[in-house]
Write a protein that binds this ligand. Structure first.
Ligand code: PBG
Length: 328
C-alpha cells in the first residue's frame, strides 16, 4: 500500500467480476492438497455408516479399494488408514499383527493402486481394550517408554506391508525417534514419517472415537496429548519431532489451531500437514443437514482457511466432496 487513500484507493475495483476476483485470488485449493482418511474393518462387503460423520463408514477391504480408487480418480494423492480390529486386548497386539486389517489393506491398496500414497496411523488406542494410546499401568498412567518399542513394531509391520508413510499419533515422547530407529533397523530406511507433532487433547475427536470405538474406558488423554491453550509448547513439540527425523509435520486439529499452523509454517521448512478432524467435519455436516449452512461453501471456506494458514497437505473427510466441488 502507498499512502494513497479513498477515493483514489478502492478495494472493490478488483472484486467487480468473477474473472477479476479469480485473477487476484491468493490461495487456491487443489485435490492434490488432500489426504483422505479411511476406516478399515474386517469381513467382506461390509460398510457400516458412521452416524456422526455422514458420508463416512467403516469399510471392509473390498470397499476400501473402491473408495481409494474413487479418491485417486478425483486427483487425491493419498489415503490415511485407521484399523478397526475384530478383537481388542490390553496389549493392543492386533496393531502389529502381520495379517491385521491395516496390514492387509495396505498390501491390497499397493497392489491395486501402486501410485496412490498409502499412509497409516500408528497408535494403540484402536487396538487396546482400555482405549488408551499406549501401555496402561495399574495406577492409570500410560507408560511412555514401554510404549515406544510397540509403536516401532506397529510401524515396521505397516512398512513391511508396503506403507509409504507411517504417522505416529500416540503423543508419546520420543515416538518419532523410536519409529525411525525401528524402521531403519528392519530395512525400511525409505519409509517416511508424518508426525502428529502438535496434537492437543481436543473435544473435536468425538465422532472419530465413536467410529473407531477408541474412547478411553477410564480417564482421558490429557497426560499425553497437549493442552490446547499452549502455542509455544506446540512449537517445542514440532521442534522435537523435526529433530527426531520427521519427514512431514502435522498440526491437529486444524480449525481451532490455525494460529499454531501459521506459526509452524513460518518456523519450519518441512512439509506441513493439518488434520481437519472428525468434529470439524461433523459440525459442518450437521449444520448443513439442518439447512443452517451452505455445505459446499462452508466446506471450501474451511479448507481454504487451512491452506491459507500454511498447510501443504490437508487430511480431511471432505477430500472427495471437495475434489468434486473444485472440478465444478
Ligand atoms: C488416534 C487418533 C485419533 C485421531 C486420529 N488418530 C483419536 C484420538 O487421539 O483420540 C482423531 C482424528 C479425528 O478426530 O478425525 N490416537
Amino acid at each position: 500500500m502507498t499512502g494513497a487513500r479513498f477515493p483514489i484507493v478502492r478495494g472493490r475495483r478488483l472484486r467487480r467480476t468473477a474473472a477479476l476476483r479469480s485473477m487476484v485470488r491468493e490461495t487456491a485449493l487443489s485435490p492434490q492438497d488432500f489426504i483422505y482418511p479411511l476406516f478399515v474393518t474386517t469381513g467382506h462387503d461390509v460398510r457400516v455408516p458412521i452416524e456422526p460423520m455422514p458420508g463416512q463408514a467403516q469399510l471392509s477391504i473390498d470397499h476400501v479399494l473402491e473408495e481409494a480408487a474413487e479418491a485417486h480418480d478425483l486427483g487425491i494423492p493419498a489415503v490415511l488408514l485407521f484399523g478397526i480390529p475384530s478383537h481388542k486386548d490390553a496389549g493392543g497386539a492386533g496393531a502389529y499383527d502381520e495379517s491385521g486389517v491395516v496390514q492387509e489393506a495396505v498390501a491390497a491398496l499397493k497392489s491395486a493402486l501402486p501410485d496412490l500414497v498409502v499412509i497409516t496411523d500408528v497408535c494403540m488406542c484402536e487396538y487396546t481394550d482400555h482405549g488408551h494410546c499406549g501401555v496402561l499401568l495399574d495406577d492409570g498412567t500410560v507408560d511412555n517408554d514401554a510404549t515406544l518399542p510397540l509403536l516401532a513394531k506397529i510401524a515396521v509391520s505397516h512398512a513391511a506391508s508396503g506403507a509409504d508413510i507411517v504417522a505416529p499419533s500416540a503423543m508419546m515422547d520420543g515416538q518419532v525417534a523410536a519409529l525411525r530407529e525401528g524402521l531403519d533397523g528392519a530395512g525400511f530406511a525409505d519409509t517416511a514419517i508424518m508426525a502428529y507433532a502438535s496434537k492437543t487433547a481436543s473435544a473435536f475427536y468425538g465422532p472419530f472415537r465413536a467410529a473407531a470405538g477408541s474412547s478411553p474406558r477410564s480417564g482421558d488423554r490429557r497426560s499425553y496429548q497437549m493442552d490446547g491453550a499452549n502455542a509455544r509448547e506446540a512449537m517445542r513439540e514440532l521442534e522435537a519431532d523435526a529433530a527426531e527425523g520427521a519427514d512431514v509435520l502435522m498440526v491437529k486439529p486444524a480449525l481451532a489451531y490455525l494460529d499454531v499452523l501459521k506459526a509452524a509454517r513460518e518456523r519450519f521448512d518441512l512439509p506441513l500437514a493439518a488434520y481437519n478432524v472428525s468434529g470439524e467435519y461433523a459440525m459442518v455436516k450437521a449444520a448443513a443437514a439442518n439447512g443452517w449452512l451452505d455445505e459446499r461453501a462452508a466446506m471450501l471456506e474451511v479448507l481454504t482457511s487451512i491452506k491459507r494458514a500454511g498447510a501443504d497437505l490437508i487430511i480431511t473427510y471432505f477430500a472427495k466432496d471437495a475434489a468434486r466441488a473444485l472440478r465444478g
